[in-house]
Design a protein. Structure first.
Length: 277
């Protein structure tokens, strides 16, 4: 046991404290060493190497839980090179995530005006729809009605940020899959989209609002697949619908809000009762 030292000397040589070393033993970060006949802990080169790795990883800003995960089984010795190679892979992955976040922040900073209550963050539902439609269909959408594309992105974000009580994602997925395989109907829907975007420039009493609501609803009812998805459906409770409408007034114009109401009426939209939520 001449090449082993007691815990006090081990603490001094490693620049630690007895309390810290015992804590490392307790959480499984440092293996309990052999003991002398008198019951004293005796530390050797294995424990020194382990402590050296722990200190190096702590200097890189890692917490003890993460260090334990990286070092793995306390009974299996890893070299510093092995540990650093493993850590480098993880940090590169984190670097990619950080760069993606920075890119998103840069995108937000390029906006003309950023409001804390505006929806400017990515929507999983919107991303799902765009992925299903594919780049060609999305390009047509953006070129035909860029303002509406931006509006829909924000509306999807509001839906995703709160639990409104309806399974809307399944409907969005089904709609996207339908239009993906029916390009002619998709073109017709883009025509309605152009007219819907132009409503932002009209007053609430313009007859185009009711005409567009009626025509777009009739378009849906003429197509069995779309009718099954959207006609005579039950949505939110009245209080939730009112709250949702209040939230989206910052996205849609008064004329577009009126269109939404009329469109729902023409599709025989029903409010859910409280028991259904």
């Amino acid at each position: 046991m001449e090449n082993r030292i007691k815990i006090g000397d081990f603490a001094k040589i490693t620049g630690s404290t007895v309390k810290t070393i015992i804590y490392y033993h307790r959480i499984g970060l440092l293996q309990e060493p052999k003991r002398s006949s008198g019951g004293y802990r005796l530390y050797g080169s294995v424990e020194l190497t382990r402590m050296r790795l722990i200190k190096h990883l702590k200097s890189l800003g890692l917490d003890l839980k993460r260090i334990k995960e990286i070092l793995g089984d306390i009974h299996k010795t890893k070299t510093l090179r092995e540990v650093l190679q493993s850590l480098r892979i993880e940090l590169l992955s984190e670097k990619i995530k950080i760069e993606e976040r920075v890119e998103k922040i840069d995108m937000l900073l390029r906006e003309e005006m950023i409001l804390l209550d505006s929806d400017t963050f990515a929507s999983p539902s919107f991303q799902m729809v765009t992925e299903i439609l594919g780049p060609n269909q999305i390009d047509k959408y953006v070129q035909a009605c860029p303002e509406l594309f931006e509006q829909q992105r924000k509306l999807f974000g509001i839906l995703d940020d709160f639990q409104w009580g309806e399974d809307y994602r399944g409907t969005f997925r089904a709609l996207a899959e339908y239009f993906k395989t029916h390009p002619q109907e998709y073109q017709v829907s883009l025509g309605f989209g152009k007219r819907l975007a132009r409503l932002s420039e009209l007053s609430e009493d313009d007859p185009e609002i009711e005409a567009l609501a009626r025509e777009s609803a009739e378009f849906i009812k003429r197509i069995p697949s779309l009718k099954e998805m959207l006609y005579n459906q039950t949505g939110l409770t009245k209080p939730l619908e009112s709250l949702y409408n209040e939230v989206i007034t910052g996205v849609l114009s008064p004329a577009q809000m009126k269109y939404k109401q009329l469109f729902q009426q023409y599709l025989n939209y029903k409010f859910a009762n409280k028991e259904g939520i």
